[in-house]
Design a protein around this ligand. Sequence first.
Ligand code: A2P
Length: 272
Amino acid sequence: TAEASPAPAAAKKVNPNAPTEETVLEVKHYTDRLFRFRLTRPSTFRFRSGEFVMIGLYKDDGRPLLRAYSIASPSWDEELEFYSIKVADGPLTSRLQKIQPGDKVLLGKKPTGTLVHDALVPGKRLYCFSTGTGFAPFASVVRDPETYEKFDEVIVTHTCREAAELEYSKEIVEETLNHEFLGELAQGKLRRYGSCTREDYEYKGRITTLIETGKLFEDLNVPPLNPETDRVMICGSMEMIQDVKDLMLKAGLTEGSNAAPAEFVIEKAFAG
Ligand code: A2P
């Protein structure tokens, strides 16, 4: 009959963990080194806001080339958003930066990560400290209603070398505050603190310096870090994470994980 199943020899071996092919819906370039894109989301793809997943493209030899990327969209979003660096000779980003709506991007099946509410114990104030593309997981966290159910105050810092590199975080926070549903939850709670290290901006300097001198807390008009009330998520380069982590330990906060939630969590920003 027409419905006959294929002969066993012809049956393709299906790897249940193989990435799926998703369609590019939108691409926006911020600088010659930074862009964001949105993909279709399979209905079976589940993740917690703040997690990362493998994404990539097929190489010329037909094999997949995958890298870890933080998911920048919140878990309720029907689409998936990513924020990426562009590296001219980067194996993946040299090609990824050229994607157009309608193109296909590979999406892994196992999102994971520690920049999630599950890894923090309850608190009053949430700090999200980021540098560079380390803002990406926080674009997810600040757009998740759970963040405002769990915290009275949400302070997201983003530090880059130049002002143009801060555009994405500015846009996300403004969008969130003006969003028809999220706006109501986020208004009066969500604040963004942007700083530049190599150009004039509203605020200047490394986040580590701003914490150490207390200028961050003065500018925001909040008390110094307190393990009783404050919870922290950190995402940036390895050096930035280590330096901010040291300051958290000095302030008496304990590092948490999915298995043992505590007062701060870290993850390195994935890049090119
Ligand atoms: P700086 O300009 O002083 O190096 P990068 O593009 O190198 O990842 O840096 C992104 C931002 O993070 C820059 O503003 C940079 O400041 C800052 N930064 C780099 N290293 C650290 C660190 N160890 N601690 C805090 N901020 C850092």
